[in-house]
Design a protein around this ligand. Structure first.
Ligand code: TRP
Length: 363
């Protein structure tokens, strides 16, 4: 007898996420986004956008470096377990529909609303942009709205810092549905498609914004900033065992602990954040923490254990990565395929958008 395949199995919900290409990925990326993407790719039709246009918004002079950065990042995706059969990895600037949608959708966002976007404001501060940022920089959250809506996704799992962009996306989707699809402004979000809207309004994402702290030093206020390449406090997924050892041995711990017999603090101490996040032996961690707090175990012992844990964790990724790195042509053709698949979806959305707006002059 033929096996019955339920329809739902054929229609996986679509998922979209993205990253600005910064090159190699680190343990913070694993905790923040990679592991959840890998878990979700079996049940979702997944798309990962590489936001090369976003990279240009602050460093247009570095355009020539993007190709290498993209390649390094994709090696890490693949090494970590993103499966190109399940996830289309694609390049933002290769999707013309996104650029067109950015233009069309920008009309639905008041300028003052974009300026109030908290992530944008934070970035201006963090990157010390003052009032010297480009016009393109201000445009990028609108571009992100287009990135997302182009795929009409059911899920957009992102870190907490990206939530303001999702909020803007919802506003634009509602406005589009009202202005061009006749959806009643008072209609509940869940009904938008039923009532003729083109875009569904994304439901609240469960927060996956677990943050991993960097390996120090702490900032002026004494707290540890999150792991980040630009702060030079990251352990990369592709670091060699020697480098991992060097980084962990030199890592900031509790500055008030001079001798082993001093009580050590667990909080604000990357040693324990990293054990918590990566050590599968939670019994050892619980015991060692207790000993640490009462001055009965050395930093060095805990660090050595951590080195083992991290080297073991990253070992299969290093192996996989080296294999992919030896086949750059295959990697690029995989990205090309992902981009072609993404273009089909985005192009279809653009056609529908233009049709709803009555911009389909020649059809
Ligand atoms: N702005 C995101 C970041 O820097 C990257 C990004 C661009 C993105 N477009 C997106 C993320 C669409 C999710 C969906 O991390």
């Amino acid at each position: 007898m033929e096996k019955f395949i339920p329809m739902v199995a054929l229609h996986k919900p679509r998922l979209l996420t993205g990253d600005t290409p910064t090159g190699r990925l680190h343990l913070g990326h694993w905790i923040g986004t990679l592991q959840s993407r890998i878990a979700l790719q079996d049940t979702h039709s997944s798309y990962i956008l590489i936001a090369d246009l976003h990279a240009l918004t602050t460093y247009p002079e570095n355009a020539h470096c993007l190709k290498d950065k993209i390649f390094e990042m994709v090696l890490d995706y693949l090494a970590a377990g993103i499966d190109p059969q399940k996830t289309a990895i694609f390049i933002q600037s290769e999707i013309p529909a996104i650029a067109e949608l950015t233009y069309l959708l920008s009309m639905l966002l008041p300028y003052s609303r974009v300026l109030r976007n908290p992530t944008l404001k934070e970035e201006i501060q963090f990157k010390n942009l003052g009032d010297h940022y480009s016009f393109g920089f201000l445009l990028y959250p609108v571009g992100q709205v287009a990135d997302i809506l182009a795929f009409r996704p059911e899920r957009v799992p992102v870190g907490a810092d990206q939530i303001p962009h999702l909020e803007m996306t919802k506003e634009v989707a509602r406005r589009f549905n009202q202005m061009y699809c006749g959806v009643d402004p008072h209609a509940p979000d869940e009904k938008s498609i039923e009532l003729g809207g083109l875009f569904s309004i994304l439901p609240q994402e469960p927060s996956i914004a677990q943050r991993l702290v960097g390996i120090g030093p702490p900032n002026a206020s004494g707290t540890l900033p999150k792991m980040s390449k630009s702060l030079n406090n990251a352990i990369f997924l592709s670091d060699t065992p020697e480098i991992i050892k060097k980084k962990v041995m030199g890592m900031y711990t509790d500055p008030n602990r001079i001798r082993v017999t001093d009580c050590g603090a667990i909080k604000n101490n990357p040693l324990w954040d990293l054990h918590d996040a990566f050590n599968p032996d939670s019994q050892w961690v619980a015991k060692a923490k207790a000993l640490y707090q009462t001055g009965q175990i050395s930093d060095v012992e805990c660090k050595k254990k951590l080195i083992d844990v991290l080297v073991t964790f990253t070992e299969p990724m290093r192996e996989q990565r080296a294999q992919y790195a030896n086949h750059p042509k295959a990697v690029w053709s995989m990205i090309k395929e992902g981009t072609a698949k993404a273009n089909q979806v985005a192009q279809e959305t653009l056609m529908q958008v233009k049709s709803k707006m009555h911009l389909n002059y020649f059809r």
